[in-house]
Design a binder for this molecule. Structure first.
Ligand code: ZN
Length: 188
């Protein structure tokens, strides 16, 4: 297992729709374990493959460090698909390891049904709600090239522009390894 650098807002791979995983081999299993380690090292609760420079439909999530969610198991979702969303929404503050030091309240559906494959290529469909649903939606968005800041209104986008420019130019002190602005494909 190893900790790998995290891509930052401004890196092109974060805006690209990721490709389906055709086969789960030892390489993919190794990458997933690196993703868990990288996420935990950065105190994150979710991480998508393009956040480590890999153009694949994989994300990991672990909400168990959050108070009230201790019983939730860590999960790796391969080729995930959100198949339905609740009409009911809630507003939760989100952050992102690719957008350090920026947090904002985002409104999203309160619960979702998600279909995915696990590392044993077993298919699952589960209903997720509250924070778990939130992380799934945030990470699923990553795999489509969408970032949570895309949901901000123009006024908020304007407010955060300077901060985002700082991230893009890597002028922020970040206490976990980040990609240099050019090495997008860190792992093949
Ligand atoms: Zn994120």
């Amino acid at each position: 297992m190893s900790i790998v650098p995290i891509t930052l807002c401004g890196d092109k791979i974060l805006r690209k729709k990721t490709a389906k995983v055709a086969e789960i081999d030892d390489n993919i299993i190794g990458i997933i374990s690196d993703m868990f380690e990288t996420m935990r090292n950065a105190n994150g609760i979710g991480l998508a493959a393009n956040q480590i420079g890999l153009n694949k439909q994989i994300f990991v999530a672990d909400v168990s460090p959050v108070e009230g969610y201790e019983k939730y198991k860590p999960v790796a979702m391969i080729n995930p698909k959100i198949i339905s969303k609740s009409e009911e929404t809630d507003s939760i503050e989100e952050g992102c390891l690719s957008i350090p030091e920026l947090r904002a309240e985002i409104i999203r559906p309160k619960s979702v049904f998600v279909n995915y494959f696990d590392v044993n290529m077993k298919e699952h469909t589960i209903e997720a709600d509250q924070l778990f649903a939130r992380v799934i939606q945030h990470e699923y968005d990553h795999l489509q090239g969408v970032l949570f800041i895309d949901y901000l209104d123009d006024e908020m986008k304007k407010k955060y522009k300077k901060h985002l420019d700082k991230i893009k130019k890597r002028k922020l002190e970040i206490d976990y390894p980040i990609s240099s602005s050019t090495d997008y494909m860190l792992i093949k």
